[in-house]
Every structure is written in C-alpha cells, then in structure tokens.
Design a protein around this ligand. Structure first.
Ligand code: ZN
Length: 347
C-alpha cells in the first residue's frame, strides 16, 4: 500500500529550478529476467516502443478513446530517457500491467536502474502503472507537482477526477488489468513551480503549467536532446479533453504560449495523448486552435442567450469531427466551456 500522508512522503520540496541530484538511496531494481510470468493480467495489444532519432529517448503511444476492455487502458503516452547513470521515466500509463510492459521495454534497451519517474499530472490513465515500478522497478521516487496531492488524499474539491471513485470505476471497466490489488501510488517528491535535476550528464527541467487540463499539469524539457514531454497540456492529432471542473482555459493557453516560446530548443514534442508530429509546433498550434474555437463558439452563444443544445447543434464542428476522441469528448468539452462562459458573464 503506497498511500501515505504528504508529511511522510515528502522527501523534497524545491522552490525554483536548482540542480538536485537524484536520490541515490533507491534500491537497485530486481532483475526482470527472474520473473517467470507477468505479475499482472497480460496485455495482448501491440506495445510498440518508438525512439527519437539519434538520441536515447523512447516512448509509447496510446490508442484513442476512453479506457475500456478493448484498448485495455492503453490510451495515454509515456516515455523514458536513458543516461549513463540510469533512466528517467515520464508518466507510467493507465494500468499496473501497462506499467510493467513499459518496464519490460526499458529492460530491452538498458539494464540501468530507473532513477526517477516524473508524472505529468494525476489522472488514472497516467498513474496506475506506477505500481509496477514500485513492485518490480526498484521503487524509484515519483515526482509530481504539489497540486497532485489533492488526488491522492481523495479530495473531490481539489481535483477534476476523484481518485478513489475513479479507481472503483476502472476496476469495473478495466478488469483484469485493474483489480482489487491496484493502488494509487502517491508522489514521493513534490515541487511548486519548477524542478531541475541532472542525471548522467543530462539535465531535466520540469515546469508546472497548470491548472490547465488538471491541477498538476507539468512538462519535462530535455534540452540536450531537444525533446519536450508535454503531458496532457498537448494532444497530437486528436481532440483534447477539457471536460473537468479543474480545466482552466486561460492558464492552458498561457502554458501553450510558454511552450511555443521554446521553439528554438525543442525538436520533438511527445504529447500526453496522440501522435508526434514532424513539426513539433503543430501539436501546440492544433491544441491552441481547438481551445480557442470551442471557447469562441460557446462565448458567442452565451452572450446571445442561446441555450447550449441549440448552440452545440449550430456550431460547425466539421474541422474536428473526424479526429479521434471527437465523439467521446467534444460535446462534454463544449458544455464545460459553455458553463465557464456563463459564469464569466454573471461575474
Ligand atoms: Zn490523459
């Protein structure tokens, strides 16, 4: 059981972007070679490991759609960077079984220990895999922004997704990959605005851009390799998810502006969901365009006192209708923004 009070689990609190060494006291990982059978339900989907050309940065791409038994919960992206001293992982996927598959993929590339896992935000599709790293990956420290602590303390008010209720839902929807043994692994380390560290001659810069999609939204920049891990602030070739009370469109747009200003240093962007684009800025522009389009359409409707159903029907969604996740997310997204605009008008 990894739930614990923040006071017990907080190993580091870092204000500002100062260099911090990875906790060297982490035990070395158990060798996966000795594990005869996967300790979790088998993942039968293809689980292709992609590599950024010429640099030791790897990633997997989830399928589009709501987590269900068809996609086996594999809907989000995750990645890792191999250095001479160990591995840094970004996000851990949506089931312990998928986290274990990711660990297996890491072991195919290197036998170096996993030294740290950086989590973009605490939503089920990015964190349930942490359990596999705790049990079979040497229990590396998990780093996340302070805003994620509300999730692990089960506070509905502070999170768009209530952790315990979501876990119950996933035990139904994703059984046997999520079951009664699945637990929520809390962060071991939290930071406020930025956190930087060096490992094996590589500098990792993590920055909080939330609340955008969720309170903890953070990105990780690996300048040496020109790679940015975007978490759910960025969606590649699919409709973003805005339907959460914690979504903050203004801050989200500011976060996208910040990422756009990194243009000169970023050659590859690995989004939280969806595919990589040849031109990394395409992902930034596409996410921003969608946010602005929905907001402008719904704001106009609110100003003219058009009821939501009518406003939704009258909006020309053709630009987005063919994208993955449109059916699942677009109406909820629009409604969330409609409500936001309504309360803005009443202020
Ligand atoms: Zn996600």
């Amino acid at each position: 059981m990894y739930r614990a009070t923040p006071t017990l689990r907080l190993i580091a609190l870092v204000l500002g972007c100062t260099a911090t060494l990875v906790n060297a006291a982490s035990p070395l990982p158990k060798s996966l070679v000795t594990v005869q059978a996967p300790p979790y339900a088998a993942v039968t989907l293809p689980f292709k490991l992609h590599k950024i050309p010429d640099v030791p940065v790897y990633y997997v791409v989830g399928l589009s759609g709501v987590p269900d038994s068809v996609n086996q919960g594999h809907t989000s992206n995750a990645g890792f960077v191999v250095t001479d001293e160990g591995v840094v992982v970004f996000d851990a996927l949506g089931t312990p079984a998928l986290g274990y598959r990711l660990l297996e993929r890491i072991r195919e590339v290197t036998d170096k220990p996993v030294k740290r896992i950086v989590v973009s935000h605490y939503h089920a599709d990015h964190i349930y895999g942490l359990q596999a790293f705790k049990d079979y990956g040497g229990a590396p420290p998990v780093l996340a922004q302070r805003g994620t602590l509300g999730y692990t303390s089960g506070s509905v008010a502070s999170q768009g997704e209530d952790g315990e209720r979501r876990l119950e839902q996933r035990r139904q929807a994703l059984f046997p990959w999520v079951d009664e043994k699945t637990v929520i692994v809390a962060p071991d380390q939290v930071f406020d605005k930025e956190f930087c560290f060096q490992l094996g001659g590589v500098r990792f810069e993590i920055k909080h851009l939330g609340p955008a999609h969720a309170p903890g939204d953070s990105i990780m920049l690996v300048k040496k390799y020109g790679v940015l891990f975007g978490g759910d602030v960025l969606y590649g070739g699919r409709v973003p998810f805005l339907d959460s009370p914690e979504t903050d469109i203004d801050r989200w747009l500011k976060g996208l502006d910040y990422i756009a200003r990194l243009k000169a240093t970023v050659r590859y962007i690995i989004p939280g969901h969806g595919v990589l684009s040849k031109n990394p800025q395409e992902v930034v522009v596409a996410t921003r365009d969608y946010l602005l389009f929905v907001r402008q359409a719904m704001a106009a409707a609110v100003r003219n006192f058009v009821p939501f159903d009518e406003a939704y029907r009258n909006t020309d969604w053709s630009k987005y209708a063919k994208l993955p996740a449109f059916e699942a997310s677009n109406r909820g997204n629009a409604y969330r923004i409609y409500l936001e605009e309504e309360s803005r008008l009443l202020q």
